[in-house]
Design a protein around this ligand. Structure first.
Ligand code: ATP
Length: 600
């Protein structure tokens, strides 16, 4: 996988906070509520009464459209996920403020269901599809809810939902629902014992699990929301990536490139006031649990968001609730996190909205420490390998004294500086090469244009009308080209002939010398001096040989001429193709139209 970002192994990230303001909904309009939230134009700033809050992004109302949340806040987290970082999106807000709507946790499987989670699924599988050639991917999902301070598996196949009364699905009451235990691993990580982690190969498989889990989630009707979520829901996508190396690459690359990262998509239950929600009985108990969980979350956010406390290493009460235990990594830990504070603009909700905005404002100060999650064994191998290399070099240099060690460090620094410089220069070189190519192309086009204009000028001087010049354009181009090519052919042919005749002459001279020497040898070795007749026979014989040699060379020359001609014809048609494309470009309004240029 190509990681677009140069990721340091360990990086400090503050929690990003976006505010999403939903429009006034029918019940609020029926009650005559008005919009009490103001946006500072061009700023991610929200004002309500005398309170002004600034965030990383503000969506809805008169600000950017909510549809941009995914592209601006969530898409970068998916890129991080593929680089091996954990990521979290957390929707927080008062009951009925639009958390479930924003996250898409009420997914029913319909194609155009909005919401963040369906878009995350789509993007992840598109990315996997694009990158699968060099990497093996293993994707798993789990979906849990924290209902009345117990964790339940929403993908548990054995759980049958019981629809009890109007609008309330009492899944938690079903006898088959066994709560899941939270376990802590030796290195302080949190796991859920026996939770369903379903392997998924396609977006459709993942979507059907989301739809199944969503339908199993505890919801109920309150005065504030007819479909109020009564639990905190966490949809987790685990991604494991393994680079696929060829046998030779494997030796060179060391096989430690296994990354495993998790994306938590959290839809919290809404904070609520019993008086306003009209909750009593069961619903009141739920509300108490919801508020207790959110209070614990608020305390964690306060502890982490207070810079002084953080510097003093103050205690963070993660253990106060199951919600905060499960979100330990997302807040102040190993994750890149975005919190979406959902608010209603209705004046009747002003007090709750201010609380949400304060909560969200504190969350902005939380510093996370995201790290690339390598497979532990391979990460250890990599660490040991680099340690070994370091020790080997140190040993080598320590044998030649401490001055050498310093020299080594200096050299290492120099090497890294040079590597940096080198990559910069390479980049520059590539850019220069590109611009050179472009300039060469432009020069060629300009030359062609110049020739064409010269021709037109010549025709105009000869008294031809403009129309006749324009119509003759093509034929004249072809004629010019033909003439050029013929001339080149002739010149090349002449040159070849010259070369051959020189070679041939030299060859014949050599041969004559050789034969003459042979004859003289024969004569001197006792042959009688030939009569005038005999000498003329020798001459004739030589002449025949000479002329047959001449014929042979002529044939070869002709053959070469023929080949040369074929080559030139090929080149000619290539050039014709260039002219035709160039013409099409010009006709489509390209800048090389001679008329336009002349007009200028
Ligand atoms: N951006 C929006 N545009 C239009 N309607 C919205 C928007 N956001 C929320 N709504 C509507 O507001 C109502 C409450 O939304 P939703 O159920 O998502 O709130 P919630 O915060 O999840 O509530 P709860 O905490 O009680 O579960 C729903 O009827 C929903 O359709």
């Amino acid at each position: 996988m190509e990681c677009s970002e140069v990721a340091p192994h360990h990086q400090k990230d503050s929690v990003k906070v976006a505010v999403n303001i939903r429009p006034l909904i029918t019940p609020e309009l029926l009650l005559g509520c008005t919009d009490c939230v103001t946006i500072t134009p061009g700023e991610p700033q929200v004002q309500i009464g005398p309170h002004v809050f600034t965030y990383d992004h503000v969506y809805g109302s008169k600000s950017s459209p909510s549809s941009l949340i995914f592209e601006q806040c969530v898409h970068p987290l998916i890129d991080s996920l593929f680089c091996g970082y954990n990521a979290t999106v957390l929707a927080y807000g008062q009951t009925g403020s639009g958390k479930t709507y924003t996250m898409g946790t009420n997914y029913t499987g319909e194609a155009n269901c909005g919401g963040i989670i369906p878009q995350v699924m789509e993007t992840i599988f598109k990315k996997v599809d694009a990158l699968k050639d060099g990497t093996e991917y293993l994707i798993r999902v789990s979906f849990i809810e924290i209902f009345k301070e117990e964790v339940f598996d929403l993908l548990d196949a054995s759980h049958a939902a019981l629809r009890l009364d109007s609008g309330y699905v009492a899944k938690a009451a079903a006898p088959s629902r066994v709560p899941i235990q939270i376990r802590e691993t030796v290195n302080g990580g949190i796991t859920l014992a026996g939770v369903t982690e379903a392997d998924v190969k396609t977006k459709e498989e993942m979507a059907s699990l989301l739809a199944r889990g969503s339908s199993s989630r505890a919801t109920g009707s309150t005065n504030m929301n007819s479909q109020s979520s009564r639990s905190h829901a966490i949809f987790t996508i685990s991604l494991e990536q393994k680079k696929v190396f060829s046998a030779s690459d494997k030796l060179a690359c060391n096989d430690y490139n296994i990354l495993s990262s998790k994306f938590h998509l959290v839809d919290l239950a809404g904070s609520e006031r019993a008086k306003r929600t009209g909750a009593d009985g069961l619903r009141l108990k739920e509300g108490i649990h919801i508020n207790r969980g959110l209070l614990a979350l608020g305390n964690v956010i306060s502890a982490l968001g207070d810079e002084k406390k953080r510097k003093e290493g103050a205690f963070v009460p993660y253990r106060d609730s199951k919600l905060t235990r499960l979100l330990q990594d997302s807040l102040g830990g190993n994750s890149r996190t975005v919190m979406i504070a959902c608010i209603s603009p209705a004046d009747s909700n002003a007090e709750e909205t201010i609380n949400t905005l304060k909560y969200a404002n504190r969350a902005r100060n939380i510093q996370n420490k995201a790290v690339i999650n390598r497979d532990p064994v391979t990460a250890e191998m990599q660490r040991l390998r680099s340690q070994l290399e370091q020790l080997q070099t140190e040993l080598l240099f320590s044998r030649s004294g401490s001055a050498a060690l310093e020299e080594l460090q200096l050299l290492q620094q120099k090497v890294s500086l040079l590597e940096l410089k080198n990559s910069e220069l390479n980049h520059e070189l590539k850019e220069k090469e590109l611009s050179c190519d472009q300039l060469a192309q432009r020069a060629l086009a300009a030359q062609l244009e110049k020739d064409r204009l010269m021709l037109k000028l010549e025709s105009a001087r000869n008294g031809k009308s403009w129309d006749a010049i324009e119509n003759a354009d093509t034929d004249q181009d072809v004629d010019i080209m033909k003439n050029y090519i013929l001339k080149i052919q002739q010149l090349e042919g002449e040159l070849m002939r010259q070369k051959f005749s020189t070679t041939c002459k030299n060859g014949l001279d050599d041969r004559f010398t050789m034969e003459k020497d042979l004859l003289l040898d024969d004569l001197s070795s006792g042959c009688e001096l030939g009569t005038p007749d005999a000498s003329s026979e020798v001459d004739e014989e030589k002449e025949r040989e000479h002329s047959s040699m001449q014929d042979k060379l002529d044939n070869e020359l002709q053959e070469l001429d023929k080949r040369l001609q074929q080559k030139e014809i090929g080149r000619y048609w290539g050039y014709q193709f260039y002219i035709t494309s160039h013409k099409t470009y010009t006709q489509q309004g390209g800048d090389t139209n001679p008329r336009q240029r002349l007009a200028r």
